[in-house]
Design a protein around this ligand. Structure first.
Ligand SMILES: [Fe+2]
Ligand SMILES: [Fe+2]
Length: 156
């Protein structure tokens, strides 16, 4: 398992949370409730972006402008989320939040379809695996136990 496998897996979970936040934003009349939910969601979202910004992108940003552009998108999304947290009106807050969620979906898709495939071409498998071990350490996952050859998988 390499770092891109890990990051794409995180996208799947984050996208589920984005769907949930979007539904809440459309139905709740309570701005504070929405802010609390977005604040909780912001924790794994920032951790994910931090791993990309500090572990993956530095390995390729001298070769790939797209990595720099994705880093910039992180900053823009965080800025909209900060603006949302300062907002006092539900209508304005909902507009800002829906803008942030749309950008997050688009950003994940751009990484999955453009940036990550390019990174797989630029970096060697050993580099991707090595970065995957750093990702696992940061996520407190015992990757070695998962990748040891324990024989054929048992059927379900
Ligand atoms: Fe990202
Ligand atoms: Fe990502």
């Amino acid at each position: 398992m390499d770092i891109i496998d890990g990051l794409v897996g995180e996208h799947a979970v984050l996208l589920t949370l984005i769907d949930q936040i979007e539904q809440l934003s459309l139905h709740t009349p309570n701005l504070d409730e929405l802010k609390r939910a977005v604040s909780l969601f912001g924790v794994p979202l920032r951790q994910h972006a931090d791993i990309e910004d500090n572990v993956l992108f530095p390995a390729v940003d001298t070769q790939l402008d797209l990595a720099i552009s994705c880093h910039q998108e992180h900053r823009e999304i965080h800025a909209i989320n900060r603006q949302f947290q300062r907002c006092a009106s539900l209508v304005e807050g909902r507009t800002l939040l829906l803008e942030a969620l749309a950008r997050e979906r688009k950003h994940f898709l751009r990484e999955e379809t453009e940036l990550f495939p390019l990174i797989r071409k630029v970096l060697k498998k050993e580099q991707l695996d090595s970065l995957g071990r750093i990702w696992a350490q940061k996520r407190k996952i015992q990757l070695t136990a998962l990748t040891e050859d324990n024989g054929p998988l048992a059927p379900f």
